[in-house]
Design a protein around this ligand. Structure first.
Ligand code: MBD
Ligand code: FE
Length: 290
């Protein structure tokens, strides 16, 4: 069937269902959590909720509103979105605090593995892709300063209208998703376009929470990356653009000062940026999934 709708007709329940399906696919055969860990963490989580109820003297009206909303999160497929926006940043923090290399950030709900590997360093994009062209050069090194030849940079990001391919209708499957191989010196050059700030879907359960709490729905413009090299820990990060008003109040709490780029106006309507990565050595205790 031909896709006749455009990305501007994206619906929360649709991108939510897509993110839920993608997560299930990724999770197949995932490790089981031992009963003592489940018990300890579930008990503490429940106690934290009990404390909130006591602290705020939750009414039955509020309890029923909460129940209604939780049911809706599932119906809209928005558990991946909810968890990655409001919870993942702490998991990321806990699991990367041992690193001395580059800072990382959360993966978020829209990563898709195995993006195409363009020969020419240009990320897959439409002929008339909107947005300022961005040329990004960088080097991948170890914490010892050694260049990591053959490192891989996976890049995915929203388009200049704030939509991700595979999670909004009308976009080519791999639009603004690519896998880039560094040279023997760990150097890479990637050409793409600058993404726009991203508003999480307002018409689903997460949007309802935001509206009901009088919060805002914005993430600053960002590039997502996964950087890997044999014998090193996988680095999942996001890069941001200076001056974005939402760098200070990201709804997903995923901005760190080390992750803000320093783009230079090339004077021809394009922007260039140099930003590299330092990877920690992998050990027996290394996290395996991020
Ligand atoms: C995104 O694009 C994102 O990166 C995160 C973390 C959550 C929602 C949308
Ligand atoms: Fe994102």
């Amino acid at each position: 069937m031909t896709e006749t709708r455009t990305e501007f007709e994206a619906r929360a329940a649709e991108s939510g269902a897509g993110a839920t399906e993608a997560f299930r696919k990724k999770q197949r055969g995932g490790a089981a959590v031992p009963a003592e860990r489940v018990s300890a963490m579930a008990r503490d989580a429940l106690e934290a909720i009990h404390d909130v109820i006591r602290k705020h003297q939750m009414t039955y009206e509020e309890y029923d509103a909460l129940k209604t909303w939780l049911i809706r999160v599932g119906e809209d497929g928005e558990w991946p979105l909810f968890l990655d926006v409001w919870v993942e940043h702490v998991v990321e923090d806990v699991n990367t605090s041992h690193r001395s290399g580059s800072k990382g950030s959360i993966e978020g709900p829209y990563y898709v593995p195995d993006a195409p590997q363009p020969e020419d360093g240009v990320i897959p994009m439409r002929e008339d892709e909107p947005g300022t062209p961005l040329t990004w050069t960088g080097q991948v090194t170890s914490t010892e300063g050694a260049p990591l030849g053959g490192a891989t940079v996976e890049l995915w990001h929203a388009d200049a209208n704030g939509f991700y391919s595979q999670y909004a209708p009308g976009l080519p499957e791999w639009n603004l998703r690519g896998t880039f191989l560094a040279d023997e010196q760990g150097r890479f050059t990637i050409r793409t376009v600058q993404p726009a700030p991203y508003q999480i879907p307002t018409d689903g359960a997460c949007g309802r929470l935001i509206a009901a709490a009088d919060w805002h729905a914005w993430r600053p413009a960002h590039l997502h990356v996964k950087v890997s090299a044999p014998g090193h820990e996988l680095l999942t990060a996001q890069l941001y653009f200076p001056g974005d008003p939402h760098n200070e109040d990201d709804i997903a709490s995923a901005v760190k000062p080390e992750l803000v780029l320093d783009p230079q106006d090339a004077g021809d309507g394009t922007v260039s940026v140099d930003y590299g990565f330092v990877l920690d050595p992998a050990t027996a205790d290394s996290p395996t999934t991020r």
